[in-house]
Design a protein around this ligand. Structure first.
Ligand code: NAD
Length: 420
């Protein structure tokens, strides 16, 4: 991994820049540069064929200065402790940007869930939760879905935790099935939030008339985002996934692709598009396409100094966490690309997770329309604050978002004081 692609280094670089801009007190800056607690666990499971394997797992509490730690759980072959720390750091910033009373956490298991059966994933999940039990709880750390973990996984988390408690604890996890106390909006919340932020950006920049979009990733976030933007009149001209990319310069039929995907049909068998099977080639074509908006919605470090110059989009909306390295960010800024940073753009997921947790702790389910209304209100308030600061200080939206968050975190640290 080059230094440019070290996600925690990238997180620190942006944090340090905000600290310098704010003339942050050195003790507070030092406090914010380190995760407060990291746990590495050995997640051993017996596979369906009787083989026993041990996977590396992690749970990181970046800090809980503004409230209980909150963050997703990722199953992916590239999971490392370093990446998990970076993701927990971004969660800390994100919760502060949108001003919800949470700290930041993240978890991960280094494995390839696409090569595991449902029962193996269930055993992996239950063992992982058992191993991190001392860290989690509705008042201290509430996990949620992330890459390759879904509501089924969240249901197993709730069940495992509840068994150890001896009673049902729905508020231990968010992104659960609705039948177990999940939010009516959670499954599409991140995509919806990105769509709201994208629309606000189009209004802000005066881009009208069916803006064109290219989306990398067609999982939870990318698929719902594509659906919402299509319904709002945007023209989605390309989408990629690990299995290749579908392109149509006149606009893809997103409702059909969405259905195809959720019917679990092979990605390559969707007909009527220009299909590029090789993922590297597909992403290259996607990133270079002449569109109004490019949305990375897959993994971190996708836009680096190697490909940033060839991006032709007017706007980059970061649906994924950490998709752009600081060097690439600098290049995009020089090129005049308007970047909406991840800590703002994809905050819809954690905002609705927060509502789900509030509903569970009160044992009172909100109607879908109310959750959507409050999601929009919270994310638009944050967008307006960041945009205002960015204009006032003549800084990028990313710098403004970090400054906003770091100020809130610094204030909370000052109020709580250093112990002992
Ligand atoms: P997911 O597992 O549901 O989907 C990931 C998608 O990315 C899949 O379509 C996969 O095929 C694709 N992908 C992976 N590597 C790729 C590559 N090299 N090229 C093209 N496509 C590739 O995950 P998700 O929940 O949609 O999360 C996507 C991103 O959004 C992650 O960065 C995650 O941290 C972030 N995020 C997710 C949520 C959430 O609520 N799920 C909230 C905030 C941020």
């Amino acid at each position: 991994m080059s230094t440019e692609e070290d996600p925690f280094e990238n997180f620190l670089e942006t944090l340090d820049e905000a600290a310098e801009r704010l003339n942050l007190e050195p003790n507070i800056h030092a406090f914010l540069r380190r995760p407060m607690r990291t746990l590495s666990v050995a997640v051993g499971i017996v596979h369906d064929n009787g083989e026993y394997n041990i996977y590396d797992g992690y749970r990181v509490h970046y800090n809980d200065i503004r409230g209980p730690c909150k963050g997703g759980l990722r199953y992916h072959p590239s999971v490392t402790l370093n990446e998990t720390i970076a993701l927990a750091g971004w969660m800390t910033i994100k919760c502060a940007v949108v001003d919800i009373p949470y700290g930041g956490a993240k978890g991960g298991v280094k494995c390839d869930p696409t090569k595991m059966s449902r029962t193996e994933i269930e055993r992996l999940t239950r063992r992982y939760i058992y191993m991190i039990l001392p860290l989690i709880g509705p008042e201290k750390d509430i996990p949620a879905p992330d890459v390759y973990t879904d509501e089924r996984v969240m249901a197993w988390i709730m069940d495992t935790y509840s068994i150890f408690k001896g009673y049902a604890v729905p508020e231990i996890v968010t992104g659960k099935p609705i039948e177990l106390g999940g939010s009516l909006v959670r499954k599409y919340a991140t995509g919806k939030g990105v769509a709201v932020v994208t629309q606000k950006t189009m209004e802000h920049l005066g881009i009208r008339n069916h803006p064109t979009v290219a989306i990398q990733g067609f999982g939870n976030v990318g698929s719902w985002l594509a659906k919402f933007l299509y319904e709002m009149g945007y023209k989605v001209i390309g989408v990629t996934s690990v299995d290749g990319g579908h392109f149509d310069k006149n606009g893809l039929n997103i409702p059909q692709l969405f259905q195809h995907f959720y019917d679990e049909q092979p990605w390559s068998e969707f007909k009527g598009t220009d299909f590029i099977e090789d993922v590297g080639e597909a992403n290259k074509a996607l990133f270079e396409s002449d569109v109004d908006i490019l949305v990375p919605a897959a993994l971190e470090d996708q836009i680096t100094e190697r490909n940033a110059n060839s991006i032709n989009a007017k706007v980059l909306v970061e649906a994924a966490n950490g998709p752009t390295t600081p060097n690439a960010d600098w290049i995009l800024n020089e090129k005049g690309v308007f970047v909406v940073p991840d800590v703002l753009a994809n905050a819809g997921g954690v905002i609705v997770s927060y509502f789900e947790w509030v509903q569970d702790t009160q044992a009172y389910l909100w109607p879908e329309a109310q959750v959507n209304k409050e999601l929009e209100a919270v994310i638009l308030k944050a967008y307006n604050e960041v945009s205002h600061l960015s204009k006032k200080e003549e800084i990028t939206m990313r710098s403004a978002a970090y400054c906003q968050a770091v100020e809130r975190l610094a204030k909370a640290i000052q109020l709580r004081g250093f112990f002992p």
